[in-house]
Design a protein around this ligand. Structure first.
Ligand code: PLP
Length: 631
């Protein structure tokens, strides 16, 4: 439990039960669910790993917690405005996720944020109460603006946030055409820069937002069009996953100044939208390190409320209703990915008798001596000596002076020496980098049935960290240092940096494989990951199980929905092949082979049948079958 840091990143939702199984507690003080029970139950419904599990009650809880945090802060500060959260659909567009958030947010009038036309179309249809807001961000064509104004016609509180000066003229023209008064916000390009991986969302070079001069131009245009009454909102977004609360405070102060200036110019205003950025503590370190955050959700709410209030009071301006577009903080914890480890790649296997060279080369004797003889030399020096011999062995092999058995023996001895040097590691304090890297060098590769590009895109693209943990055997001491590799044909398809209290770790200590299925959970993947996937190698969507707490069920839960992952026929159609056409082509080739007597007619029919049924199977490995074949 300690090794994997459940207590730190799990924030009370994730832990280990008495029998060493990972468990989830979807709501604080509520019952727990053993995650392997979900995996087993899903298997009974035909759903296998890789699989996303969504804990819908946890999702509800996050919506409530965010809203309650702001309500409490508002009450405690005696703030005279409301909190109006909006969920940015881009963070997880899945219908069941958006529906759950809408349902959990009903009492809080939690609304939606759209960043594109397709997202706006979802928002318009899913929006069910004019008390809830819709915020329209992103690049907008005329149809986007028309759709937003359609919502306005229906009486929705839908605010178009102007991100580029050019949008002002379009909005003015189209609202005149449609004879409707728009509600307008300005996205402001703050000087306060975010920190962390998404910090380029603000500052002079940001892609979005109006600079100070552009705000003044936009104001003139609105006035000229007699739309001054439409300006309601100031918006900013300094990037997602802001690790440092000081950055947030500074941004809120700067934006509130803009808000007050506009209010003093006589615009009606009413809303301050602080965008996204509320973080998730992926490594549980509570630091301003990129994958962490040095504040809590409650502190965030208090700081926003009190800073806005201070500045409004000082400027003698009525406080605005506060909007946050928090996405990550709501959805990240609710879903996880389950992957099965099915193979171990071990470069340091010691050779068996039958593989040993019949005649040992001198270089092998030299390495044997390095391994066996006691040496007074330091660890680093012995490592360099071994490295030199290994490189010599490779050169000899390339020049034709070393046979394959001797090369195998040299490599095997090299790894044994490295392991020995590593085992002697009992020095506290500073270690030279090469020795620190030894563990990484020695780590095995655990091959997992999933695609990093589909299910963990930000780890590949931005080196974002996620907690990775075995779902069972947690009472057993793990003994194997490993990195995880996926099944794509891409050497980038791997997880080789892991959460750690001090910075990151280059390997994970896992249990040795024992021939039985071994499952890992990759946690906190509900924001951006499980929806943003890429079709690399045509492994499409993974299967999903949507879990609800249910005390009357034997394991305390039920799977409301089990969604099958992509089938081969589906993904290949996505790249313009028609499976019927592929079958026709295969049939023609099999017919030709039959005519040439390369295959018997009966066998030809079976081969075609096999090809056709494979098209309807899932894209990921069928591990059961792979094992049976091997035996
Ligand atoms: N609002 C805007 C304009 C964004 O660009 C984003 C994401 O980057 C968000 C909200 C959501 O941010 P987060 O997931 O950090 O809450």
């Amino acid at each position: 439990e300690e090794l994997y840091g459940f207590n730190r990143w799990g924030t009370g939702h994730f832990g280990v039960d008495d029998e060493g199984f990972a468990e989830v507690r979807p709501v604080p003080d509520g019952p727990t669910i053993r995650i392997m029970d979900v995996v087993d139950e899903a298997a009974g419904m035909g759903i296998k790993a890789p699989m996303v599990i969504r804990f819908q009650d946890l999702l509800r809880h996050r919506v409530q917690r965010l809203n309650q945090a702001f309500r409490r802060a508002i009450r405690e500060e005696n703030y005279k405005g409301d909190y109006r959260g909006v969920f940015p659909i881009k963070v997880n567009q899945l219908r069941e996720v958006v529906e759950e958030i809408m349902s959990a947010g009903k009492d809080y009038n939690h609304g939606l944020e759209a960043g594109s036309k397709p997202e706006l179309m979802i928002a318009l249809a899913m929006h069910d109460s004019n008390q809830r807001l819709i915020i329209c961000n992103g690049y907008k064509d005329n149809d986007y603006i028309r759709l937003a104004l359609l919502g306005r016609k229906l009486g929705k509180r839908i605010i178009i946030v102007i991100e580029q000066l050019g949008e002002v003229d379009d909005i003015i023209r189209i609202s005149q055409e449609l004879d409707v008064k728009p509600l307008i916000g300005f996205r402001i390009k703050l000087q306060t820069r975010g920190e962390g991986k998404w910090s380029s969302s603000s500052g002079d070079n940001a892609k979005f937002g109006l600079n100070t001069a552009e705000i003044l131009f936009a104001i003139e245009k609105l006035k000229a069009a007699k739309l001054s009454k439409s300006l309601k909102l100031v918006h900013f977004h300094i990037g997602s996953q802001v690790p440092n609360i000081l950055t947030i405070k500074n941004a809120v102060v700067e934006a509130t100044r803009f808000y007050c200036q506009l209010a003093k110019m006589g615009f009606p205003m009413g809303y301050l939208d602080i965008g996204g950025g509320l973080g998730v503590d992926y490594d549980g370190s509570r630091t301003n390190f990129e994958s962490s955050m040095n504040y809590t959700l409650e502190e965030y709410a208090r700081d926003v409320v009190s800073n806005v209030m201070d500045i409004c009071e000082a400027s003698n301006v009525r406080v605005p209703d506060l909007i946050s577009e928090s996405g990550r903080a709501i959805v990240a914890p609710h879903s996880m990915l389950v992957v099965e480890v099915f193979e171990r790649i071990n470069k340091k296997e010691t050779l068996r008798q039958q593989h040993l060279p019949k005649q040992k080369h001198d270089i092998v004797y030299a390495l044997e001596a390095q391994l066996k003889n006691k040496s007074r030399l330091g660890r680093l020096e012995r490592f360099h000596d071994a490295l030199q011999k290994k490189e010599e062995a490779l050169s000899l092999f390339n020049l034709g002076y070393l046979d394959i058995e001797n090369r195998a023996a040299a490599e095997s001895l090299f790894w044994q020496i490295c392991e020995k040097i590593d085992r002697e590691d009992n020095e506290a304090g500073y270690q030279p980098e090469e020795l620190r890297d030894l563990k990484k060098l020695l780590a095995d590769q655990y091959v997992c049935n999933f695609s990093v590009f589909q299910s963990l895109l930000d780890h590949w693209a931005l080196k974002q960290l996620f907690p990775v943990v075995p779902l069972h055997r947690l009472k057993e001491k793990p003994t194997v240092n490993a990195i995880l590799v996926d099944i794509t044909c891409d050497s980038d398809g791997k997880i080789s940096s892991f959460i750690d209290l001090q910075d990151t770790k280059d390997y994970l200590t896992l249990h040795s494989l024992n021939g039985k299925p071994y499952y890992l959970g990759i946690f906190l993947t509900g924001a951006y990951q499980d929806i943003m996937g890429d079709l690399h190698n045509l492994f499409g969507r993974v299967s999903e199980a949507h879990v609800f707490l249910e005390p009357d069920e034997p394991n305390g839960f039920y799977i409301e929905e089990a969604i099958n992952g992509s089938r081969i026929a589906e993904v290949i159609e996505g790249v313009q092949y028609q499976w019927e056409e592929l079958c026709r082509r295969m049939k023609a080739q099999i017919d030709t082979a039959t005519r040439k007597d390369l295959v018997k007619p009966r066998e030809g029919v079976r081969l075609l049948e096999f090809y056709e049924t494979q098209l309807q199977t899932k894209t990921y490995l069928n591990i059961e079958r792979a094992k049976r074949k091997k035996r």
